[in-house]
Ligand binder design. Structure first.
Ligand SMILES: *Cc1c(COP(=O)(O)O)cnc(C)c1O
Length: 369
């Protein structure tokens, strides 16, 4: 009996991407086996963290790395590290920042909500978030003038769909932070496949999710400067207690990084392209649906399927179709950020051919009912 049957749980087909409310990703078997093995063993957790740091360095070329509970935790702890360093009295004082510079600057368009507000991650450390520019635009000069008054850190975001407003040149923003003597921290939670590229901007810390495309158990990776990574770990004895990684999480991360390093990314990429092409071809048969393959807006190495729904021929709009898909069994979830514009976008990365066929036959059944 499968786990869904055993606990009477809803069967889900996740075409919504690495979406937290759906369980994010599917781990390869070797990651599951490593996690199962770790659960019944004892370790020196500091040693596990050291081994993870070496593995992250080897994978990314960065000086050091650490594992936290998740990216939300990584954001709070990266800010804590930038603000308080590793001094034990300061580690113990947080989130009280009375005697510390505590202003953290981020472009207003980067103050996103990924299930909660990223600004709250900053405040959790005791820092004061300062938004530069407007939601529509943050000129580099506006960022610089806020950074000149702050003495803590600059927080930036790299995301395929959450960032708002006119895009910012991240490498330039990092240089401006450095000119002001401040570290630049980049939340690149879902950008693990581009982590080297993001580190190449000169960022001091890059924060990446281990449970998204890397497909380990839930964990956050803090990657970058050795002193700051060390300070993140020092905060495990402070506010980071509630944000600590588990032994099975760290071991799962090690197995997932080993899988990534072994992977033939070129073959993986063509497999994803072919999968989307097959799905799109079939989806074009539905009445009122024109399907196409679209590239990731920030350069993640796989396409998604975009189904544009013409209500005059489909008999319903994209949002109504998405609700119908979600209400059935299995419950099919698609990306919802472009429904208003008539586009239903599906991320197919973790899905099997059988699941793709189920999605298409469900769309067909709904539109021809
Ligand atoms: C997913 C995500 C997070 C949160 O990651 P968790 O590991 O779930 O805490 C933060 N920022 C961005 C941009 C994300 O996409």
């Amino acid at each position: 009996m499968g786990i869904h049957e055993r606990y009477n749980l809803t069967n889900v087909i996740n075409a919504a991407g690495t979406f937290t409310p759906l369980g994010v990703s599917r781990s390869p078997a070797i990651v599951g086996q490593t996690v199962a093995e770790a659960l019944s063993e004892f370790f020196l957790i500091d040693e596990l963290q050291d081994v993870a740091s070496a593995a992250i360095s080897q994978w990314t070329g960065a000086e050091a790395g650490a594992v936290t509970h998740c990216v939300a935790a990584s954001i709070t702890l990266a800010i804590a590290a930038a603000m308080a360093g590793n001094a034990p009295d300061r580690v113990a004082a947080l989130p009280d920042t009375n005697d510390m510079p505590n202003r953290v600057v981020l472009p207003a368009g980067h103050a996103i909500n990924y299930g909660h507000s990223i600004v709250q991650d900053v405040r959790l450390a005791g820092a004061t978030p300062v938004l530069a520019g407007s939601a529509q635009q943050c000129a580099i000069e506006a960022l610089e003038s806020e950074l000149r008054q702050a003495r803590t850190a600059c927080l930036l975001l790299v995301s395929s769909r959450l960032v708002g407003g006119k895009p910012i040149d991240i490498a330039r923003a990092v240089r401006v932070a450095h000119d002001c003597g401040l570290p630049a921290i980049i939340d690149g939670a879902a950008q693990d496949m581009r982590v080297k590229e993001i580190l190449a901007t000169g960022a001091d810390l890059v924060l990446v999710s281990a449970q998204k495309y890397l497909a380990s158990p839930t964990a956050g990776l803090v990657i970058g400067r050795k002193d700051l990574v060390g300070a993140v770990r020092a905060h495990e004895k402070g506010i980071g207690r509630a944000m600590k990684p588990t032994k099975e999480g760290i071991c799962g991360v090690l197995a997932a990084i080993a899988e990534r390093e072994k992977a033939d990314l070129r073959a993986w990429r063509s497999m994803q392209e072919e999968k989307v092409a097959r799905f799109v071809q079939r989806a074009n048969d539905h009445p009122g649906v024109s399907a196409t393959s679209i590239a990731d807006p920030v350069g993640m190495p796989f396409p998604r399927a975009q189904l544009t729904i013409d209500p005059a021929h489909a008999g319903m709009d994209a949002a109504t179709l998405a609700v119908a898909l979600r209400s059935g069994s299995p419950s099919v979830w698609v990306m919802n950020h472009a429904l208003k514009e008539g586009h239903m976008i599906l991320e197919l990365v973790p899905l099997s051919d059988k699941e793709l066929e189920t999605i298409n036959s469900r769309i067909s059944a709904i539109l021809t009912a």
